[in-house]
Design a protein around this ligand. Sequence first.
Ligand SMILES: [Zn+2]
Length: 480
Amino acid sequence: MTNRQKTIVIKRVPRTVKQHSFPINTKDFEEMKLIAKRYKDVKNYVYSRYSGIHSLLILKNHKKLIRDVWVKTTFAEQWKLPARYWKLALDEAISNIHSLWSNTKNAVRKALRKNPNVTEDEKNYMYYLLKADELLHAILVRETFKKPKKISRLEIRETYIHNLLRRYIRKYKGSIPYSHKETVFIIDAPMYKYIVEGNSFFIEMASLKPRKRIKISLTEPNKYGGNIRIIMKDHSIELHHLVKTKQKTIWNEKNEIGIDKGHKNLLAASSGHLYGEKLNELLNNETERLNKKNAVRNQYWALAKKYEAEGQVEKAQNIWKNNFGKKKYHHQKLKHDMTVKSVINFSLNQFFLIERPSMVISEDLSFVSWNDKFPKSVKRKLSRWIKGYVRKRIEFKCNVWHVEYQLVNAAYTSQTCHKCGEFGNRQGDIFKCKNCGNMHADINASHNIKQRKDDKEIKQYTSYKEVKKILEERIEKKMA
Ligand SMILES: [Zn+2]
């Protein structure tokens, strides 16, 4: 098994990790909206002022030529933002203008490569200019300049080439990237602090006033460093962190694993392992909690109705006010959903690390009717979003680990025996085959799913009816 230990280092992939806040009180939320709006104003000013050809050289030294000047001349006061905020907005806008320029230059290089009217010498001359901003700037604003040695001996039609360069830049320079979003801003490390109080998690961030911070309740305890992009949602925020995932090791040996969404577990694998036992427990508890809560709410509802009917409006209203709060419900639901997500991700990571699959074979759930597959009790708990979430995360993790992901037709994979092909009965966790005996129902299904990958007759979109016919014919052939 030496092959299995062989690992290949692949490059670090940057990706965005999201954190979420609980609903934020109106006062703080309005203040953050104001920050976002002013932040956008700074960016748009920078775009309008510095994305033109005349500003090409200023970009390189914007800290001295723009930032320091804004401070010295009190120009920055108009933004009504703490310095850290407008400085970040300025940096972000300048960095976007930089990328615009590099896109423009790439487009020019591409056009140049295809241009048959330009000689090799002239191309080299232009490639050189595209890398030397001082010279490029001089040509764009029609100033004279001294040619460096490297290009002084090239034979070129100077006027023609300089005109061509100006024309290309005009053509490929995109429009000014004005920002219309008033819902996004960035904070950097000195502007925030993570705080833990008992079981609650917060981030404190700079407000509009010096030394005053806005404290926001987060749904999970993870802490990150570096810049955070704040995205304002409806009364809550998302915190986006750009992280570089650590190098992943990939394994070369062919190891195809079929998986089935388990009844009591998140996953059953054709290796015989089950993953995510905790999920069922978690969902059971939540269902129970919601049922209890609903029962209590129904009692209050009846009481309020009764008071209302009797004309005791104030009493009725008090009950409404105190017992039907959406906010607390929302809070708990969010917390629950976050826990479910973290259990799912934890279990999937375990799956990948233990199985080390080269390919994951899964049923195509978009094709199979969800109704046929699960009993009512399970369907209720595995709400639609969980199903979608699991599918997305498996796809994502396959991507991260460089594992192939294949969908197959799932028809009858939980109703037939993977050893002999006979139709059997399922009782809870147990699948009963009259030839082969009892086996774990979900593991049996995961074997069938794995076998479907190489099935010459049953394709991903073969109809349910057709699949049944094929399976029955196979059994008959065996008997004969
Ligand atoms: Zn069997």
